[in-house]
Ligand binder design. Structure first.
Ligand SMILES: Cc1cc2nc3c(=O)[nH]c(=O)nc-3n(C[C@H](O)[C@H](O)[C@H](O)COP(=O)(O)OP(=O)(O)OC[C@H]3O[C@@H](n4cnc5c(N)ncnc54)[C@H](O)[C@@H]3O)c2cc1C
Length: 430
């Protein structure tokens, strides 16, 4: 993994040395994102197709895809550095790019047949084809093995007939292909009766209806409900083996959780950037806010927390990159801490903006709404806590989470991020 941090200072705030791809992404985000974010704020149901094409040109849609299929696959450590910069630019636009990579290109690359890879991956890497991931249903979220959307085998037509509803599917209104988790066995078989089908959706596919939700934040991404009515899926659309799709879903979520954690630490970093900027501009009591010791102290506590989240994201990515089969435990820890950190940092940054922080015109108001969902999707906080509790029993997770009443605390009372990480390095997975 490329080094991101050069050193850790006594204050717990580190110097940053992003790798080249992350720097390129940062420049791209600063140049391209503002116009698409403004367009999304005007019309949150508009998918930024043009932006996705531009992302493709610099390789942002091929981060999971091997070169032979038109991609530029990079290791996990680089993926998270890039994702962090995308989310630091905008959480919603970053999510569009995440879905195209870790939730869809990843399973197709890892589990698809050669024909499936050849059919979808080059067009996905080029931004010509948008993909989505269909797992959640109206009655099934956290308990994902209970999905009901049914795929019934039709021997005469040599394919499946799909009936059911998928809910909260990011990018579905723009997508022409879905990685679909469907029930092909009996409900009581739970995970052992699920198959994954790569099915085409979108305009012209009359057996699939897509509608948009109105959500609180992340206007740059679209959230949809997808209804399948007697939708035919041919035999060669099966990914992996029949009734063994849960392994594909689980692997995808475990991998993608590191990306979501990076989205969380990127959003937290964005909130931090805005807090730094505002407190260096705003004057009260004859001084810049940032020169008032209490405010400086508050900023340092925030920086420390963001740093812990970012280091945990990198740790999870490093474990995955090194081939550690238990990397998913670190992924859950990173996702949990980054999710809590994103919302907390946005809230603290909003406080440091005073009344202006509550005005929709201020970026921090948007960041606050964007941050709230990190702790919900791809396994809500309680679910991550369960995984962590199972594999890291008895470990103290609370000190990794954001502290309450930061304005009452002294930054010097907290151990540095390096000290926190050194302690975690002694943890072993049960
Ligand atoms: C913006 C957004 C984008 C999304 N994108 C996608 C997507 O692209 N594809 C997709 O398939 N899904 C997607 N989702 C769905 C998302 O993954 C689910 O919303 C999430 O997994 C939670 O499921 P749920 O909403 O059904 O909540 P529920 O499962 O009903 O949970 C509600 C609350 O109860 C808690 N809870 C549930 N069970 C337990 C338990 N056993 N112990 C303790 N607490 C528990 C949960 O942690 C949560 O706090 C998206 C959701 C959102 C909001």
């Amino acid at each position: 993994m490329s080094a991101i941090y050069a050193n850790d200072t006594a204050s717990g705030i580190t110097d940053e040395r992003p790798d080249e791809f992350a720097l390129l992404t940062r420049d791209f985000v600063l140049r391209e994102f503002p116009q698409y974010l403004q367009a999304a704020q005007r019309d949150p149901h508009h998918y930024p197709r043009e932006l996705m094409k531009k992302c493709a040109e610099i390789g942002l849609l091929g981060l999971e895809i091997p070169e032979e299929y038109g991609g530029n696959a990079v290791p996990s450590g680089q993926q998270v550095a890039v994702m962090e910069e995308l989310a630091r630019g905008d959480g919603g636009l970053g999510l569009d790019i995440l879905v195209q990579n870790s939730l869809t290109a990843f399973p197709i690359t890892q589990f698809g047949t050669d024909a499936q890879r050849a059919r979808y991956l080059p067009r996905m890497a080029a931004g010509e084809m948008i993909a989505c991931f269909g797992l959640t249903e109206p009655n099934t979220g956290s308990d994902a093995k209970a999905i009901r959307c049914k795929a019934t085998w039709d021997e005469g037509r040599k394919g499946w007939i799909v009936n059911g509803t998928k809910r909260f599917i990011t990018s579905a209104s723009a997508a022409s292909v879905m990685v679909l988790a469907a029930r092909t066995g009996r409900p009581e078989e739970r995970g052992r009766g699920i198959s994954v089908l790569l099915t085409e959706i979108g305009p012209g596919v009359e057996s699939v209806t897509v509608s948009d939700f109105d959500k609180l934040g992340q206007p740059g991404s679209q959230l949809c409900e997808v209804v399948f009515q007697n939708h035919f899926v041919p035999e060669d659309a099966l990914m992996g083996k029949r009734n063994q799709g849960w392994q594909i879903i689980e692997s995808t979520l475990q991998h993608s959780r590191i990306w979501i954690a990076a989205q969380g630490s990127g959003i937290a970093r964005h909130a931090m950037d805005e807090a730094e900027k505002y407190t260096h501009e705003r004057e009260q009591f004859g001084k810049k806010l940032a020169d008032i010791p209490d405010v400086r102290n508050h900023l340092q506590i925030m920086q420390r927390q963001v740093e812990i989240a970012r280091l945990l994201v990198r740790k999870a990515a490093a474990h995955e990159q090194a081939g550690d089969e238990r990397f998913f435990v670190w992924a859950s820890l990173a996702k949990l801490v980054a999710g809590e950190t994103a919302l907390w940092t946005a809230q603290e940054a909003m406080l440091l903006h005073g009344g202006m922080g509550y005005m929709k015109e201020m970026p921090i108001a948007q960041i606050f709404a964007d941050a709230a969902v990190i702790r919900i999707y791809e396994g809500a906080a309680h679910i991550q806590a369960k995984i962590i509790g199972k594999y890291l029993p008895g470990k103290e997770i609370l000190p990794l989470l954001p502290p309450s009443g930061a304005f009452l605390r002294d930054a010097r009372d907290f151990p540095s991020p390096a000290a926190v990480m050194a302690d975690i390095e002694t943890w072993t997975i049960a």
